[in-house]
Each structure stands twice: as C-alpha cells, then as structure tokens.
Design a protein around this ligand. Structure first.
Ligand code: RIB
Length: 313
C-alpha cells in the first residue's frame, strides 16, 4: 500500500567540504579535498527517503524566495515529492548548512544557518494537513510552534506521529509532543534529552524508559550509529546490530534511518523488521557522499540487504 506521509521539517543547501584533517583553533587548512553545494536539511533528506522508498511524500517546509529555494523545490519535484506546502519566505534566505567531512571515516561536523526554516509557522502546518496524511513525520530543525502544531494536529486526527529528535535543541519541551508512535533520537540527542549517555544496554534502557514516559511514545528507537539501534516497546527491548561498511560520508544517515523506519513500520506494523530495514538503508547511505545524493532507492536497499545476508555481514 502506498501511504501518504506528511514531512514537517527543514530544507537546506549543504556546503560540504571533505578534508584529511579538521583545522585546529586559529588554523587555516589549505587541503580541502573537494567542495560541493548539495541538497540537504534533515527534512529534505527524510522526504527524499520516503519518496525513493515508494511513499507518497508531501513536504511541509519553508525556503527563501531565492535561487537556492527554487533549486530545492525543483529537486523535490524531480523526486516526485508533493511541494504544495513548501512555502517561500520573502524576507529570509534558504537555510544553509556548512559541513566538514573527514575523509578517513566519513565523520562530519555540521553548523546550520536556519534562514527561512525559522519562519515555518503553525498556520503553515495546519494548511499542510489538508493533504489528509496517513502518517506525520517531524524533526526539530524548525520552530517549536511548527513541531507542536504537527504533533497536535496528528493527535486530534488520530494520525500516527513519527518523531526524529534531531537536531539537539537545548530547552526543548519533549512533554509538549504528547503521543507519538515512534520517537527516535541519536546518541547525542538522547543524552541531551534525558541526561543519560546511551553507552551501555542498561543506560539505553534507562533513557528509553525516560523518553517513553515523558512523551507517551509507543516505541523508542535510539540510533547508535555503526553499533545499530536500541528498540524499546514499553516492556521489552531489542538491540538491532549495525552493518560493517566502508563509510564515506555519514551525513544524513540518521535522517535516512528514521524515515526508512517509519516507512517500513507503516507498511507492516512490525517495529523490529522496520528497524532492520532502516539499518540497511542507513548503512547504504554512508557509503555515498552528500545528504540527498546519498539516499538509496527501495530496490537498492533490497539488493544491499540480500548481499549482506549472503555474505553473512
Ligand atoms: O542530518 C544531516 C543534515 O543536517 C544536513 O543535510 C544539514 O543540512 C543539516 O540539516
């Protein structure tokens, strides 16, 4: 079944530089291996993931009335994403992320200038709900009022809500989210939201119990990077292992994971199967450069999963 997913989130252009080593404070490094402008933003990465996996993706976001905004809208259109609710703000520029990627292991450091993302309003979100979604996916790279409006409209209309808790937001009131089907933070976000670093099974469980209690969440899924993910259903927990791949660029892997998890969960309602599927999708994304350019298609995830199973990895 083709589900309609409303993604309420952010849109950025990513300025990406790959380098052998990061500069120290006060140092200028003249060794950047490459630099590119690519489509990114946690929302873009997630919307493209839903679309490439085969969902009917409707994106609610705000870009500037500028060249970057027009470029992003064109890219979404080419991906088959519904852009009726990608609003354009006349006052602020399209969001911009500066990303440094280390060549050795693909690890990144990101700083975001939110620009037009910071003007996404509750009214914009309300308008987007006229698309009658089967699921609502939200991330925290937009104003609180937009996040909470999405959560409220989802609750009032009995639509499953999927929350990717990225990026870390100091002072964010999780309890205002109310009910969620899945809440998925990464390790840094988990530590910021709970004060517990998820570095052991015991700590993952403590953090997951805390998160499930604060938000009335059915499933808490903590993303543990290459270690996999920790899935908690309110009673039992499971560790879903990661896969060994040659990491080229980890940017967007978390966005791909949570979107693929939500997609697969909506398809079959099986959280563990969904987490395994999402792990394949995210692992595949880190083998490619860039944010949106690294998002795999459904067929690529299936082929990769078959290959990994055959090789016993
Ligand atoms: O999660 C990766 C994304 O974070 C990047 O694409 C960047 O735009 C920031 O939003």
């Amino acid at each position: 079944m083709k589900h309609r997913i409303l993604i309420v989130s952010s849109a950025n252009i990513d300025f990406v530089q790959r380098m052998a080593r990061l500069p120290q404070q006060g140092e200028t490094v003249l060794e950047s291996a490459s630099c590119k402008y690519v489509a990114g933003g946690k929302g873009s990465n997630s919307a493209v993931t839903f679309a490439r996996l085969g969902a009917d993706a409707v994106f609610c976001a705000k870009v500037g009335r500028d060249e970057n905004g027009a470029r992003l809208k064109r890219i979404y259109g080419e991906e088959g994403i519904d852009t009726r609710f990608v609003f354009q703000d006349a006052e602020s520029p399209t969001g911009l992320a500066s990303i440094l990627v280390e060549e050795e292991d693909g690890a990144n450091r990101i700083i975001v200038y939110p620009g037009a993302n910071g003007t996404l309003s509750a009214e914009n979100v309300e308008e987007a709900f006229t698309c009658y979604p089967d699921g609502v996916f939200v991330q925290l790279e937009i104003p609180d009022e937009a996040v909470f409006a999405a959560a409220r409209f989802a609750r009032e209309n009995d639509i499953p809500l999927f929350v990717d808790a990225g990026p870390v937001r100091p002072g964010f009131s999780l309890e205002n989210l109310g009910r969620a089907e899945i809440l998925s933070p990464n390790e840094t976000e988990c530590a910021a939201l709970t004060g517990i670093v998820p570095d052991s099974v015991e700590n993952c469980l403590k953090a997951a119990i805390h998160l499930a209690g604060v938000t009335e969440t059915k499933y808490v899924v903590i993303k543990l990077g290459s270690r996999g993910s920790f899935v908690y259903d309110g009673k039992y927990y499971h560790l879903v292992p990661g896969h060994k791949v040659q990491a080229v660029d980890t940017t967007a892997a978390g966005d791909v994971f949570t979107a693929a998890l939500s997609y697969a969960y909506l398809q079959k309602g099986d959280i563990l199967e969904a987490a395994r599927f999402a792990t394949y999708a995210a692992a595949l994304s880190v083998t490619k450069e860039g944010a949106v350019p690294s998002v795999p298609t459904l067929q690529q995830v299936k082929d990769f999963a078959a290959e990994m199973r055959e090789s016993g990895r």
